[in-house]
Design a protein around this ligand. Structure first.
Ligand SMILES: [Zn+2]
Length: 341
């Protein structure tokens, strides 16, 4: 594990539509590790690592790895006379998971605050919460205006030697795995496009733009695999933390290409990579699969407990298995050429 990289990737803010800080960091890693790296109009960062070897005199296939840079957050909606801040969610916030959480409001300067309920309800709705900064109203209005971005303050924590906790493993774990895979990748017969996408949490809005431009033959989204935990049964979320990377058979937006899924299973068996079957929520794979004339696509990723909360858990072994599978996939992806040429 590259703990230093994981910490940086998880602690930099970036909510949907406001991904600049994390995208600048990703660009800084992709640029020296790719042949070219650029940012498109939508804000996606794309690193291209070209094929160095040839497969039977064929043009290299175009293969996408995608991880979304955005994390769920909020936007300032209203500031009242006393300086209490009402907010609009940006991405799917779980009301139960955010009461009493510390936040950072990215105003004229960064302002700390805490989310509190406005009533004594045991399960307040988002509209019944506000942010208290502890500052006087006129001070708040000097520093903060409507539209400012709000992120959770929780930084990466090591719960024990194997289990990590972060506010945004969905999907900064994906970002980490993609960057590590690109860095560790040997020579390939395919052109690799590492795409750090924007606005996935608002309904997969960034990936379609990048996919349209790249015209991929195949691709893998890297995202958290929903996982059973305290309040989620093994029947609802079938992945287990610490049991290997999750390979998506299906999610709410995509049926994983069965030939690609089988190929990934076979790679795991061949290279001794722990894996498990997953049925997940909905990812950037949908936009890879349905671009242009179509592409083989699915999603993989480390099982992540309590996605869309501020205390997401993941296991180091699963993260490493994910990186290893991505590397082996890219080094062997040309074998799928018979399916797409
Ligand atoms: Zn995600």
């Amino acid at each position: 594990m590259n703990n230093e990289l994981l910490e940086k990737v998880c602690n930099i803010p970036g909510i949907p539509g406001f991904e600049d800080p994390i995208q600048e960091f990703v660009m800084g890693i992709l640029k020296p590790n790719c042949d070219e790296a650029y940012r498109d109009r939508m804000g996606n960062v794309i690193g291209l690592k070209k094929a160095r070897k040839q497969d039977n005199n064929q043009e290299p296939l175009r293969v996408i790895l995608a991880a979304h840079a955005d994390e769920i957050g909020m936007m300032v909606k209203h500031i009242d006379g006393d300086g209490f801040i009402r907010f609009a969610p940006v991405g799917g916030l779980n009301p139960q998971a955010i009461v009493s959480q510390r936040v950072i409001i990215h105003g004229r300067k960064s302002v700390n605050g805490v989310i509190v309920p406005t009533s004594g309800d045991r399960t307040p709705a988002l509209k019944d919460m506000l942010i208290d900064t502890g500052l006087p109203g006129d001070e708040v209005r000097k520093l903060i205006e409507v539209g400012d971005v709000i992120t959770f303050a929780q930084e990466l924590v090591y719960l024990n030697e194997k289990v990590y906790m972060s506010r945004n493993f969905d999907d900064r774990l994906g970002t980490y795995c993609m960057l590590e895979a690109v860095k560790n990748l040997g020579e390939t017969c395919v052109d690799v496009y590492a795409v750090s996408t924007v606005q996935e949490e608002k309904g997969v809005r960034g990936m379609p733009i990048a996919a349209f431009a790249i015209k991929p033959d195949m691709g893998i989204a890297i995202d958290g695999s929903p996982t059973w935990g305290a309040h989620v049964s093994k029947v609802d979320n079938i992945c287990a933390m610490g049991q290997g990377t999750g390979i998506y058979l299906m999610d709410g937006l995509t049926i994983g290409d069965r030939r690609l899924v089988k190929f990934l299973f076979d790679l795991c068996e061949k290279y001794d990579i722990p894996y498990q079957r997953n049925i997940g929520g909905g990812t950037d794979a949908s936009a890879i699969q349905r671009t242009g004339i179509g592409a083989l696509a699915t999603t993989i990723g480390a099982p992540t407990r309590y996605m869309h909360s501020t205390v997401q858990l993941a296991h180091g072994d699963d993260i490493e298995a994910t990186v290893k599978l991505l590397v082996k996939f890219l080094e062997n992806a040309h074998e799928l050429g018979v399916l797409v040429r």
